[in-house]
Ligand binder design. Sequence first.
Ligand SMILES: Nc1ncnc2c1ncn2[C@@H]1O[C@H](COP(=O)(O)OP(=O)(O)OP(=O)(O)O)[C@@H](O)[C@H]1O
Length: 256
Amino acid sequence: MRRHAPPRKKRAQVADGPELKIDITEKRFNVLPVPLYEDLHIEVPAGQVLALVGPSGIGKSSLLRLVAGIDTDYDGTITIAGTPAKDAPPPGFVFQDSRLLPWLTAIQNIEAVNPAISRDQARAMLARVGLDGFADAFPHQLSGGMQRRVALARAFSVNSRLLLLDEPFVSLDRHLVSGLQKVLLDLMANETPTAILVTHLPDDAALLADRAIVLDGRPARVVADISFESRRGARDPQELQRLTQLLSAYSEEKAL
Ligand SMILES: Nc1ncnc2c1ncn2[C@@H]1O[C@H](COP(=O)(O)OP(=O)(O)OP(=O)(O)O)[C@@H](O)[C@H]1O
């Protein structure tokens, strides 16, 4: 007997295409004799963590500012889920320094970026970054590593589809870095945001990212685009070492 095929499920009304699409024709700073970027095109699928690496001064932080819609002075388009970056909801942003508001406590710093968050949710977020019991501490009462933890908690509390991390562990001691890497990996395992991680640490990228893009030259161009076969969070020590070595080779080769 001939069976009827089951009715086809309706496709979800979600826009196809990359979550983040960067198409920069040209970006200039007047102080630079040549453009910072020319014909720079990067697409990031939803849920992917993209590590952005390259020599100091190449334009990694500047790119995050364009994606965040903080700097709109460029030719081209950047869209987040199809919306121009300048009109998109603000991303979670971790800056090179923690940039906590010094007059607010840890929990108030979190509430400041998301007024809709409940006190319990904000406390739970602080607990997830290992700061249970420090909700009412002011930034000056926290160590550098603890301040970075608050900054991570704050970025995730924005509840954005997009997370921008600008050297989140720069100038911290090595032993603090590995603790924070684990915190970030754990946060990204649950929330799975689309993220750009600017880092000069090859092991950061090997541990935390799904893909790495190397920028080089002036104007800056993508000189390598490496998709990692294994998934972040599921890499064994050998795989981590292999990826770290691969990315270190690029860093050494490309150091200015
Ligand atoms: N607001 C600005 N005005 C003028 N020039 C700027 C501005 N911001 C950045 N630049 C220049 O743009 C270039 C790229 O700077 P950017 O901070 O993006 O580099 P980077 O790759 O993030 O460097 P690092 O790894 O050292 O943080 C540098 O030459 C810098 O001097």
